[in-house]
Write a protein that binds this ligand. Structure first.
Ligand SMILES: [Zn+2]
Length: 109
């Protein structure tokens, strides 16, 4: 069972109380974007075996969206954070790095 803590209301919710919203931090493109950029935005998603950043909604709770960092292989949740961010918070990246030394995030130094 997947247990994720909603950062908006603080409730540790079971997977059945949440609604998965797909990959987090998708970059939107403007009207000047190429067809390939627009196609990537609409259809191409990461599907890693390992660390993944996802959107979730606390559907049977506060109803708000948030982001979660978790491992798709072990279901370990590294942390949750506001959906109003364009990238994961540094403390969550450092938590992941401490548990998965070989893992890298593009901006983690
Ligand atoms: Zn909530």
């Amino acid at each position: 069972m997947l247990l994720i803590t909603c950062p908006n209301c603080g409730v540790a919710a079971e997977e059945t109380e949440l609604h998965a919203g797909g990959e987090a931090h998708i970059t939107r493109f403007g009207p000047e974007a190429s067809e390939n950029d627009f196609e990537d935005y609409l259809f191409r998603r990461e599907n890693p075996r390992g660390v993944h950043f996802e959107r979730w909604r606390h559907a049977n709770g506060c109803g708000k969206w948030f982001h979660a960092a978790r491992c798709t292989a072990t279901l370990e949740v590294f942390g949750t954070y506001s959906a109003q961010t364009t990238e994961p918070p540094r403390e969550i990246l450092e938590t992941i790095r401490a548990k998965r030394p070989a893992w890298t995030w593009r901006d983690l130094k």
